[in-house]
Ligand binder design. Structure first.
Ligand code: GLN
Length: 446
């Protein structure tokens, strides 16, 4: 069914980079043969899933939508992919994205941009562009994405689906191609909140292969969906509804808050005073970490090597010049600069301090409140090509998602209406490891 739908719509949406029909059919057949023999069914038995192309899959190319890795064929599965197999989901293929997860529109894919299923002239958001579009277009039941500064939540908002960034360390990143290691998290993109709880249940948990993985008890997320939010305390940061937020987005969010109030929640305004520095701090930290992580792509170890190099240095230079796209190069240069001696204190160290202040802002609010709610993004999806000339405007778009990554806490984006025919996302932010509460609130609202 999934492949039929993909054949019917993906030439327009372009969510997939690679389909893996042969293996998917084999896996489905194996499940068919197994079931009925008294085997308990896996949590995601038989459900078709798509995987973002920065998550490695054994024997299936994993390109990060980069020319550099256009021929990279991993010899192992990421832990999340093994967990999907254990849960008996069926991976149908690899999903388009911004190159190395750098971007917020899907336009930085070095192969082709993905289109928003609600209006094909608009971006689906990013960097998990294909992960969001494939679910919104009904090509897969759900998908996995990664979120470093909003890359699950923002495309989910733009495509009118549910996207969750779990607490840093809750889901193993073994086999996720690293962008910014202190921020990256894998998470679910789904049509509704219940599916999100199921997919999170399947992928969460300690992994000795990931040194940042938390060794913590995983609660039952599905039973958290009680529908009851009476007495729940909701904080609405005034910075999240102020300057730069599209008035129609603001209206949709205020309406959603009224609905939650109607269900018995208490809504109050708060302040997260350091929010305005989040974008600057993030782009320094993320680029610094990226410049270090991407040093491994040298033309020797992974992916494509440039032809006819003169010497070893030339292997590095030519392979990197030809293999990386402009946005990736921009970040490597910015990060290398910020980490260089003499500048480290002024940029990287300063950004780390700002990060601590942002984390404390949230900690203070969470002393009195259960969740923080605001929009996921300041606007709805924009037209393809309309922001490509101006990286700074593109970066500012992440202002509402980035603080959550800097603080390491979980957040979910759920659809909350439309503005001019395009979906608006409501962001529900929770305390560290309190995915159950954000799922409960999202589910009650939905
Ligand atoms: N848009 C942000 C960036 O370009 C977020 C990316 C992400 O979360 N992977 O860095």
């Amino acid at each position: 069914e999934s492949y039929k739908r993909i054949a019917a719509v993906d030439h327009k949406v372009r969510a997939f980079l690679k389909l893996d029909e042969e293996n998917a059919r084999k896996a489905a057949k194996a499940l068919d043969e197994h079931s009925g023999e008294g085997h308990p069914r896996g949590l995601l038995f038989g459900l078709p899933i798509g995987v973002k192309d920065n998550i490695v899959t054994e024997g299936v190319t994993t390109t990060c939508a980069s020319q550099f890795l256009s021929n990279y064929n991993p010899i192992y599965d990421a832990t999340v992919v093994s967990k999907l197999k254990e849960a008996e989901a069926i991976s149908v293929g690899k999903l388009n994205m911004d190159e190395f997860a750098m971007g917020g529109s899907g336009e930085n894919s070095s192969f082709y941009p993905t289109h928003n299923p609600w209006n094909l002239e608009y971006v689906p958001g990013g960097s998990s562009s294909g992960s969001a579009a494939a679910v919104a277009a009904g090509e897969v039941y759900f998908s996995l994405g990664s979120d470093t500064g909003g890359s699950i939540r923002q495309p989910a908002a733009y495509c009118g689906i549910v996207g969750m960034k779990p607490t840093y360390g809750l889901v193993s990143r073994y086999g996720l191609v690293a962008f910014a290691s202190s921020l990256d998290q894998i998470g679910p993109l789904t049509k509704n909140v219940e599916d999100s709880a199921y997919l999170l249940q399947a992928i969460a948990g300690h992994d000795p292969k990931d040194s940042t993985s938390l060794n913590t008890e995983i609660p039952d997320y599905i039973s958290a969906l009680t529908g009851d939010v009476r007495g729940l305390r909701i904080a609405v940061p005034k910075e999240y509804l102020g300057q730069g937020i599209d008035p129609k987005v603001k209206d949709a969010v205020l309406t959603a808050l009224k609905v939650l109030e109607g269900l018995g929640a208490v809504v109050e305004e708060v302040s997260l005073p350091h929010s305005e520095y989040a974008v600057a701090a993030y782009y320094l930290l993320a680029s610094s970490e990226a410049s270090s992580n991407l040093a491994r792509f040298d033309g020797v170890r992974y992916g494509v090597r440039a032809d006819n190099p003169k010497n070893l240095l030339d292997v590095y230079l030519k392979s990197r010049s030809e293999g990386f796209g402009n946005e990736v190069k921009r970040r490597i240069m910015l990060g290398t600069y910020a980490l260089s001696s003499g500048y480290y204190d002024a940029y990287y160290l300063k950004a780390q301090k700002v990060r601590t202040l942002i984390k404390r802002d949230f900690e203070q609010v969470f002393e009195k409140y259960d969740v923080v709610i605001g929009p996921t993004a300041p606007t709805t999806a924009f037209r393809i090509g309309s922001q490509t000339e101006d990286p700074l405007t593109m970066y500012l778009n992440d202002i509402l998602t980035i603080p959550v990554n800097l603080a390491g806490i979980p957040a979910i984006s759920v659809p909350c209406g439309f503005s001019d025919g395009l979906p608006v996302g409501l962001q529900i932010i929770g305390k560290a490891l309190d995915e159950s509460t954000i799922l409960r609130v999202a589910h009650a609202y939905e």
